[in-house]
Design a protein around this ligand. Structure first.
Ligand SMILES: Nc1ncnc2c1ncn2[C@@H]1O[C@H](COP(=O)(O)OP(=O)(O)O)[C@@H](O)[C@H]1O
Ligand SMILES: [Mg+2]
Length: 466
């Protein structure tokens, strides 16, 4: 009995042992499958989900579950489309499948995974579906994460009973990871897109800022020009009338004095008292005569200044005009006369045709170049300041050159002098706007503003088309 018992016992033990070994073997297999899939889904998490990657996933799914074919379908509107299809047999359509139709459509709709061990023995599938569906066993699991349904993942085999419940569980777990990866991937893509949009907006903003700065400069320039022009024109007008009275008055006084002299000589009293009177009168008269030419000269100068101011502002003229540029230069120098008091000015004017331009603006450029030059030369201690202005005509342009013998512009500053607000002068002496505005003005005239500079001096050249 005992022996018999033992045998039974042994048999049970052996059976149990065999069972245990089998279970261990399957558990180990399942673990390995899960591990492989885990690694695979890590690989796609957060990165771009290209077709190549989808193909890799499907290949791995086929190899891990020993299937023949795998497919990933993603939802778009009312349809599922093939994001990837991998396997030996591609006879099935790879077009769109309406949600709710076909196995994948049903799995998507029900959100429940399906395992079919043998299609031909499964009562859920009718003849029609069997005809269409040439595989014998398959698993189809929804791709969902946190309640969000993205699509379906399928694996098929021509051989029946290839997949079991354990496989379905592993496949479902993998589907969650894949869905997470897809969502991450979409988020990543959206993030990238919004980053690109941000970059674009940033560029636009920078561009706008640049334009704003330019406009601001132009505004400052036109504002300054407008008010300066108005001021100058107003002053010129106000001075013009009294200057005319004075010059007319001086002529009249001079005439009157002449007549007075004649009359006095005619009615000159006789005798010693008469001689004394005449000599006194002559003396007074000669002082007056010395004074008169001075007065005349002063009044002439006044008239010139008025003319220069008017010429400079050109307030009463159309903005674009054919002008004599020499006149503009002379007027500008007359206005800046005080700054050029101790500077020798040499003019080498060539033959220039009338140039079509905005004279008020060109005068402003000349004024700025000349006052910069005067400023540089007034700092000189070691040599006598000399300023040379030469003009010439080329084939289809005119060139105005302004050369000073100041100490020049240091190399490191040379690329900055046309920048708005770049100045080396003290506050109050310079705004740093002169050359940037000048550059803009000359560019607006389709011309060119250049310079050369070294420690012996600086030469600015204005070239204007004719
Ligand atoms: N002829 C020149 N000689 C030396 N430096 C010059 C000369 N012209 C311009 N510069 C330099 O260029 C700078 C910018 O000139 P500008 O734009 O006219 O502004 P600002 O005269 O108000 O300083 C000056 O501060 C000066 O450093
Ligand atoms: Mg200046």
């Amino acid at each position: 009995m005992i022996w018999h018992f033992n045998i039974v016992d042994m048999t049970v033990e052996v059976r149990l042992h065999k069972n245990f070994k089998e279970r261990m073997f399957f558990a180990n297999q399942a673990y390995q499958k899960l591990n492989a899939l885990q690694e695979l889904s890590m690989d796609i998490t957060g990165k771009d989900l290209e077709t190549k990657k989808v193909q890799t996933i499907l290949e791995e799914v086929i190899s891990i579950f020993s299937g023949d074919k795998a497919a990933m379908m993603l939802a778009e509107g009312d349809y599922l489309y093939f994001a990837g299809l991998n396997g030996v047999d591609n006879t099935e359509s790879s077009g769109k499948i309406p949600i709710g139709e076909g196995i994948s459509g049903k799995v998507f709709e029900s959100k429940e995974p399906i395992l079919v061990a043998d299609l031909s023995k499964d009562p859920k599938f009718n003849e029609r579906e069997l005809e269409k569906f040439y595989h014998r066993s398959f698993m189809s699991v929804p791709l969902k994460v946190k309640g969000k349904l993205l699509g379906v993942l399928n694996v098929h085999s021509k051989v029946p009973n290839v997949f079991n419940e354990e496989d379905l569980q592993i496949f479902s777990t993998f589907a969650v990871q894949t869905a997470t990866a897809i969502v991450n991937n979409r988020l990543f893509f959206e993030l990238q897109q919004s980053e690109n949009r941000l970059k674009l907006t940033n560029n636009e903003l920078e561009q706008t800022l640049l334009e704003l700065k330019k406009t601001q400069n132009q505004l400052v320039h036109s504002e300054k020009m407008a008010s300066l022009g108005q001021l100058v024109a107003g002053v010129a007008h106000e001075i013009n009338n009294p200057a005319n009275y004075i010059s007319n008055g001086i002529e009249e006084i001079s005439d009157n004095l002449g007549r007075l002299k004649e009359t006095i000589y005619q009615i000159r009293p006789q005798g010693e008292r008469g001689d004394k009177f005449i000599s006194l009168f002559s003396e007074v008269l000669s002082t007056k005569n010395d004074l008169l030419p001075l007065l005349q000269e002063g009044s002439q100068r006044l008239k010139e200044i008025v003319r220069a101011l008017r010429n400079f502002s050109r307030h009463d003229e159309a903005p674009v005009k054919n002008v004599d540029l020499h006149e503009g230069i002379d007027s500008t120098l007359a206005i800046l006369q005080e700054k050029f008091n101790s500077i020798r000015v040499l003019k080498e004017y060539g033959e220039l045709p009338p140039v079509s331009c905005k004279p008020a603006e060109i005068n402003q450029v000349v004024m700025n170049i000349c006052s910069n030059a005067a400023y540089a030369m007034n700092q000189l201690t070691a040599r006598m300041p000399v300023f040379k202005i030469s003009t010439s005509k080329n084939k289809d342009s005119v060139v105005l050159e302004f050369s000073d013998n100041g100490e020049g512009i240091p190399k490191k500053d040379q690329e900055k002098i046309f920048d708005p607000f770049f100045t080396t002068k003290d506050i109050g002496d310079g705004t740093g706007l002169g050359l940037s505005i000048s550059y803009q003005i000359i560019k607006d005239h389709d011309g060119d503003l250049r310079f050369e500079s070294n420690s012996n001096g600086t030469k600015f050249m204005i070239e204007l088309p004719v």
